[in-house]
Design a binder for this molecule. Structure first.
Ligand SMILES: [Zn+2]
Length: 265
């Protein structure tokens, strides 16, 4: 009887342990599914309907230097034709400022690229959805605007993946482009996240001024084919400047595209 009881206890312990092991493995796999729910078919590749941009009347007047492809970081190989230029907006979504920008972009039939902060995307899911539905490209700008090169790889990875998941939950598309805050990242992280970093070629430092004319002038005087303009849609002055920049550069024959149509990977 004692032996039977002992045997029963041992058996119960083994079964219990097996159950615990199974539970841990299962939870991990569910967790990793959730963390990596950016499945291949959901990536932000060619999701856009390009028919609208195809209908833009292109009258090239801006000049394209043949050597323009060499003046920037070698991450970018500028695909400089049709006077393409890209507007990119960081640090959003920013509530009413972003909504005003989206209204202005829609009126002008312009597609832009938004590098979103995860925690802001979580706060404004309707704006993120609207960006996606209106054909803008959405990229990752980390969850809390962290400087990726100053934290350990696990923290950096988590910042990126959490943001991808939030965006992917809202739009069903997983970002493939990342703009690292302050332009700072490590190659090790890049290899781990398998995303394309996108920096910029024109920075009017709009976060540092509310002077719309100064932002517009800096961009317009430096604008060339294949440029990537950095702005922030969380400031009213930046939004006003962005719309003026579009009007001025469209008048000069530039065509605004999302960054996937400018950079070659
Ligand atoms: Zn930023």
């Amino acid at each position: 009887m004692q032996f039977k009881t002992l045997f029963f206890i041992i058996l119960s312990v083994i079964v219990f342990e097996l159950f615990i092991v199974f539970f841990i493995i299962h939870t991990d796999s569910v967790k990793s599914d959730t963390v990596n729910n950016c499945d291949a078919e959901n990536l932000f590749y060619n999701y856009q309907d390009t028919s609208a941009s195809d209908s833009i009347d292109i009258t090239p007047t801006a000049s394209c230097s043949e050597t323009s492809g060499q003046k920037y970081d070698d991450i970018y190989i500028k695909d400089c034709y049709e006077n393409r230029i890209a507007l990119t907006f960081d640090d959003g979504p920013g509530g009413s400022t972003t909504e005003r920008l989206l209204d202005g972009l829609k009126e002008r039939n312009v597609k832009a690229t938004f590098f979103l902060i995860g925690e802001s995307a979580k706060e404004y899911p309707d704006i993120v959805k609207r960006m996606y539905e209106e054909g803008h490209l959405i990229g990752n700008h980390t969850y809390s605007h962290i400087q990726l090169s100053t934290v350990n790889i696990d923290t950096a990875y988590k910042e990126v993946v959490m943001t991808n998941d939030i965006i992917s939950d809202i739009t069903s598309c997983c970002p493939i482009y990342i703009r690292p805050p302050y332009g700072s990242y490590s190659d090790k992280l890049l290899a781990k996240i398998n995303m394309t970093p996108v920096l910029w070629t024109i920075d009017p430092k709009d976060w540092d001024t509310t002077n719309v004319s100064s932002i517009v002038n800096t961009v317009v005087k430096n604008a060339g084919c294949g440029d990537i303009i950095l702005l922030h849609d969380i400031y009213d002055s930046s939004v006003t400047a962005a719309l003026e920049i579009i009007d001025e550069l469209q008048a000069r024959g530039f065509v605004f595209v999302t960054i996937d149509q400018i950079i070659l990977e």
